[in-house]
Design a protein around this ligand. Structure first.
Ligand code: AMP
Length: 226
């Protein structure tokens, strides 16, 4: 039996977090939880919660910690995640969120924090080409991985569009924010023996293989959180 896993995928926007999180969720048969997707669906549904989140998303700003932590706490207490685990994509983004996550998953611990490593020039190129399914969150690239039928998701038949926040100004803002708020998480998880930095270049298969290797290495006896 596949025992599941508890994995965080970290990395700048455009590092391929969404792509890798979907692949890892199939590999380990655990839910893929993407906080950005949750907020975007709320905005599309025009809920009151979505209306509050929209101004942060449009500006490329972080949604306040207490709101995000509330959303993730609610999701991580469902049976599927408490039993088998999860692939977290886009959370945590601050040390405060990481501290909250440690408490949320207790008595379990994380298997790995995979830090997908990529340079800013590649990020800007990739994000300009990125398209995403508004229904299932599948990612495409108009450069090298377009949907088979233009504008239609191969996986679920949903609509494939460019994200509203994939404008150059919002991308630069998110890269700055990443350095300020999220990059400190790399040291935080490194200090706890959970971090593996993986080159986010090459094919999606190559990157998934690197992450799975690291998960196996960290699950081996004597390696992992101290
Ligand atoms: P993403 O799809 O991960 O790039 O997230 C899109 C947007 O959702 C971000 O620019 C933030 O506005 C918001 N968001 C997603 N996850 C978080 C988080 N963990 N903390 C704060 N804001 C978040």
């Amino acid at each position: 039996m596949n025992p599941g896993a508890r994995i965080i995928v970290l990395g700048k926007q455009g590092a391929g977090k969404g792509t890798q999180a979907v692949r890892l969720s199939h590999h380990y048969v655990v839910p893929h939880i993407a906080t950005g997707d949750t907020f975007r669906s709320a905005v599309r549904a025009r809920s009151e919660f979505g209306a509050r989140a929209k101004k942060y998303l449009d500006a490329g700003d972080l949604v306040p910690d207490d709101v995000v932590i509330g959303v993730v706490t609610e999701r991580l207490t469902h049976d599927d995640t408490t039993h088998r685990g999860f692939i977290l994509d886009g959370f945590p983004r601050t040390v405060h969120q990481a501290e909250a996550l440690t408490t949320i998953v207790e008595p379990h611990h994380l298997d790995l924090v995979a830090n997908l490593d990529i340079d800013d020039g590649t990020v800007l190129r990739r994000l300009a080409a990125r398209r995403v399914c508004t229904d299932c969150g599948a990612n495409y690239s108009v450069d090298d991985n377009p949907p088979r039928v233009r504008g239609i998701c191969d996986v679920c038949g949903g609509e494939v569009v460019q994200r509203d926040d994939d404008t150059e100004t919002a991308i630069r803002r998110r890269l700055e924010l990443y350095e300020r708020s999220t990059a400190p998480l790399i040291d935080w998880y490194h200090d706890r023996g959970l971090l593996a930095t993986v080159a986010a270049t090459g094919s999606p298969d190559d990157v998934t293989d690197r992450v799975v290797l690291e998960v196996n290495r960290h699950k081996a006896p004597g390696v992992g959180p101290s």
